[in-house]
Design a protein around this ligand. Structure first.
Ligand code: GTP
Ligand code: SPV
Ligand code: MN
Length: 589
């Protein structure tokens, strides 16, 4: 039954139905009864498997097609009228040409299938910052995931009333042909179309497609920022809670930092951490001139491998009910899930992520795919912030950029000012992970962790960041961190995870003028004695090493950035060109 009389919505849906020709259309009202019916149906067809309901109540396993296990950047497009507006870092095609190509692929693609109409909201429904979307999909998996990741249901139609102001999304699994896979954003039409995929960020359109690629365009027009950032609240022994955001590339530690549990000594002294978000932040200037962040999502689509009782107990606890696991291993003995580094007891009677028999003795590959994921409700998280549903969000003291760098970047450094901070974000580099297709380990530039998610010209995006300075009377301070420096054996030097709070503590002290720093060529670095090492097995010498700046490596780095900047030509903001010149001058002095 139709859940709205909004003619803009009804007309658009009628067109998509005429194109894709589903056998039936089901409107998602957000009720538990309807979702439960869909879970049963998906279990019956094998699309999902019900897990041990005593150990993992409300949890299910899904295996995606083995050719469809990560975002596909090579098949992701920004289709605006002018190629120039998409910029050199996005794939582009003329919108008319793309629509024509897609129409052929979607034509009749839902014959024999059901179309589900998912009304969803990014942000708190009814709040001034909320944005609405409708995703049409032929995948129950997508419906169930969207119901965890976003606010779904009748309330969205009630809010929309007769308004045409919603993001249109069409998703069809079609035949999952990787050669005909398309993830397409039409920012000028507020439209998203994805086809021939059933995986994560490709198809849960509220997340990367909308809340980053489309929303980054809206933010530019409306004067705010849509960012690939975690949001974390840090409560100190005085009871003050200070908030930071962190932009690290995919699979570089956002979820882990977002759910950090303070080291024991810190806990004893009264430190607590609160998770507001683990992947996406929408940032706006508040009436007080500070930058305020909301998390537009309602759940976590987190990396499973590496998540364990020690590295991220909060994430593990979050996944113990109402969670959908994708591409992890199935332990056949007790019908639970397993992934690499969950514990030291891999199951001996298991199915791997492809559904093939797996045991540690005979294993030829990992049990779980390196980009296997959990989709878990944020409300399950033991450290979810009381501000999670606050429509105004939380005020941000620091913005932290970071990536995986084996050598170059020190553990932490602070930018000299906002402009230099934008420069630091723009030159972010990271070693590639399994979160996207391609060769793992290669270093690539990933400005602000937004390379795959910026929905317009990257140089215009930097200009927008620079312009924001004018409207933020009390801007957050900008930092860069690197948890991933390695020694001569390739082992991580810094223990990371909980211990990262020691670095965040220094960052917050800098924001509130509570600690000094030493000025270096690349920015302000901590004095070695200013990072608390009590209760952690890291010596002052090791810390000094982690905080060292190798000028030769940085000269190479600067040259690499120069090469990277070249592709932006005249569009590169002059402030960033000047920052690069100044960095090189300091290094050569
Ligand atoms: P996306 O969901 O893809 O955006 O990833 P993310 O940025 O949320 O990354 P996540 O927190 O899931 O971490 C990815 C991987 O990095 C996991 O295997 C973690 O165990 C590992 N990791 C996270 N934090 C640290 C750290 O401080 N040190 C080390 N060595 N590894 C870390
Ligand atoms: C990422 O790759 O940054 C993710 C996973 O968070 S996905 O939703 O698939 O983009
Ligand atoms: Mn992400």
């Amino acid at each position: 039954m139709e859940l709205t009389k909004n003619q803009h919505i009804l007309n658009w849906i009628n067109e998509q139905v005429a194109l894709t020709k589903p056998d039936q259309v089901i409107w998602i009202d957000g009720s538990e009864a309807q979702l439960e019916g869909l879970r049963e149906e998906a279990c019956a067809t094998g699309e999902i498997t019900k897990l041990n309901q005593e150990k993992l109540p409300g949890c299910y396993l899904h295996r995606s097609d083995p050719t469809d296990v990560a975002r596909v950047e090579s098949r992701t497009f920004i289709c605006c009228k002018k190629k120039e507006d998409a910029g050199p870092t996005n794939n582009w095609m003329d919108p008319e040409e793309m629509y024509a190509k897609l129409r052929k692929l979607y034509d009749g693609s839902m014959k024999g299938r059901t179309m589900y109409v998912i009304p969803y909201c990014m942000g708190v429904v009814g709040s001034p910052f909320a944005k609405y979307g409708i995703e049409l999909t032929d995948s129950i998996y997508v419906v169930l995931n969207m119901a965890i990741m976003t606010r779904v249901g009748q309330a969205i139609f009630d809010q929309l009333g007769d308004s045409p102001d919603f993001i249109k999304g069409l998703h069809a699994k079609a035949n999952l042909d990787p050669e005909e896979r398309y993830i397409v954003q039409f920012p000028e039409d507020n439209t998203i179309m994805s086809i021939n995929s059933g995986y994560g960020g490709n198809v849960l359109q509220g997340t990367k497609c909308f809340a980053l690629r489309i929303a980054s365009n809206l933010g530019r027009q409306e004067g705010w920022l849509a960012e690939h950032m975690l949001i974390l609240g840090i409560q100190n022994p005085k009871g003050e809670i200070r908030y930071v955001t962190g932009a690290f590339p995919s699979a570089c530690g956002k979820t882990n930092l977002a759910m950090l549990i303070p080291p024991e000594g810190y806990q004893k002294n009264g430190w607590k951490c609160w998770c507001v978000g683990d992947d996406i932040a929408w940032l706006r200037v508040g009436p007080d001139g500070r930058l305020w962040a909301v998390n537009p999502e309602k759940g976590f689509f987190g990396v499973a491998p590496g998540t364990n009782e020690k590295s991220n107990p909060n994430a593990l606890a979050t996944t113990q009910k109402g969670t959908i696991f994708t591409n992890v291993a199935l332990n056949l003995d007790d019908n639970t899930v397993w992934w690499e580094k969950l514990d030291k007891n891999p199951p001996h009677n298991a199915l791997d992520w492809k559904g093939n028999p797996w045991s540690p003795e005979t294993a030829e590959g990992p049990a779980a795919h390196p980009n296997s994921r959990f989709t878990a409700p944020a409300e399950n998280c033991p450290c979810i912030s009381p501000e999670f549903n606050n429509p105004n969000g939380v005020p941000i003291s620091a913005i932290i950029f970071g990536g995986r760098r084996a050598k170059t970047a020190p553990l932490v450094y602070q930018s000299r000012d906002w402009k230099h901070g934008v420069f630091v974000g723009s030159i972010m580099g990271s070693e590639k992970t399994a979160a996207a297709e391609g060769t793992v380990g290669e270093t690539r530039r990933d400005p602000m962790a937004m390379l795959p998610f910026c929905g317009y010209h990257m140089a215009d995006y930097w200009q927008h960041w620079l312009d924001m300075e004018q409207s933020i009377a009390n801007p957050p301070k900008i930092f860069n961190v690197n948890w991933f420096r390695t020694d001569e054996h390739g082992e991580f030097i810094w223990p990371g995870f909980s211990e990262n709070l020691r670095v965040v503590e220094w960052i917050l002290k800098r924001c509130f003028d509570e600690v000094g720093a030493r000025e270096t060529e690349i920015g302000y670095l901590p004095n070695v004695e200013d990072i608390n090492l009590e209760g952690v097995d890291v010596s002052r010498e090791t810390l000094a090493d982690l905080l060292s700046v190798d000028k030769d490596l940085w000269k190479e780095e600067a040259a690499g950035v120069r090469g990277f900047y070249k592709q932006f030509g005249d569009k590169l903001p002059k402030e960033l060109a000047q920052e690069l010149d100044a960095l090189e001058e300091r290094l050569n002095a």
